[in-house]
Design a binder for this molecule. Sequence first.
Ligand code: SF4
Ligand code: SF4
Length: 402
Amino acid sequence: MSLEHFSVGQLMELDACTRCGQCVAQCPTYAEAQDESIHPLGKIALEKEMIRRQFSWWAHLPGLGRENGALAQLSKGVFRCTLCARCAVVCPVGLHTRTLWLGMREQMVALGQYPEAFNRLRETLSTARNISGDPNENRGLWADGLPEKPAGLVGKRQAETVYFIGCVGAMFPMAYGIPQSLSQTLTYAGVDYTTLGGEEWCCGFPLLLAGMRSAAIELIRHNVETVRAMGAKRLVASCPSCYHTWHTDYPAILGQPLGFQVLHATQLLAELVERKQIRLGPVEQKVTYHDPCDLGRTSNIYDEPRFLLTSLPGIELQEMKDRRERSLCCGGGGDVEMVDAALSAAVAKRRVGQAKDTGAQVIVSACQQCKRTLAGAVRKEKARMKVLDITEIVWNSVSSSQ
Ligand code: SF4
Ligand code: SF4
């Protein structure tokens, strides 16, 4: 076992945990699974146990240096964490828990203790360049549903903005409404934009989460070089995980700035509303807003989605009990669905329960994966609610103004 997956600061963080337990009540997957290897306290205790047995004086005592099952338990727990970062919000000593869990995942991969599903994920991404495994040229199929394809929609050189659609929006028909809506709004607003078509490769986020950072490098380099070669000034993503990966992980991994701005769709749409580049018509609906973890807690974007929703005439926004920094995960994060689909669904059911309590007709989110996960729970629960992405409700409003 090696400690190379943790920085010195992170090793100190493992020691700094006071075992106060405040994080335990925040953990949505522990709340469902009741398995102590999942919650932060459990994972930290198992990691420290493993380190002690390998590196302390224990390691020199006959028998005591041996692995005692902590590795298997930690692997089970760390891959059932949605990486939602809710634990970090309440930690009184300010542990950066999400990055600790990511370090543990990388360590588990190096030790060969990780779910077999991740080998298939790595293989699919290295050959198909998208998470569905379908031919990557299919990334453009969503545009067949547009009433009219704008000129320069794919591969336009020197377009000001590149719209990075993301694997779920581009490859899963149930999410096509998101790129269709954002694309039509951008066209209506006169934004000079283009997309990458089959040259868009997965952003690498699922591999970074899986603890397979080295396998993501080729995807990252390809994407950055492609956008740089096109000469765009900014990149917009409707997926918060793509946004976070481009905005925060890419410059850190490449060790250099990208040379263009990275925005989430909610930031760009808020800018268009503020500049009055889009006219908004009535959308008479009572809605609630679900903060995606990668937009809220990990990217600190809470206000723009709420500004957008409250700008739409006729919208009544009812907040859920857990919102903003305390928002509950939808269950779709951390690749957990690949490992334990029932656990992911149970977390989604809990979130839909909170949405139902608001009396809203629509759950609005700003993430294609949240839409997919929450819509699945709404169907299973036979809840009388719709799930829409914010790009879709904004486009509904823009089109009702025409
Ligand atoms: S990141 Fe979320 S799921 Fe993981 S331990 Fe923290 S609260 Fe639990
Ligand atoms: S809240 Fe922070 S200090 Fe307290 S048990 Fe959890 S990780 Fe440790």
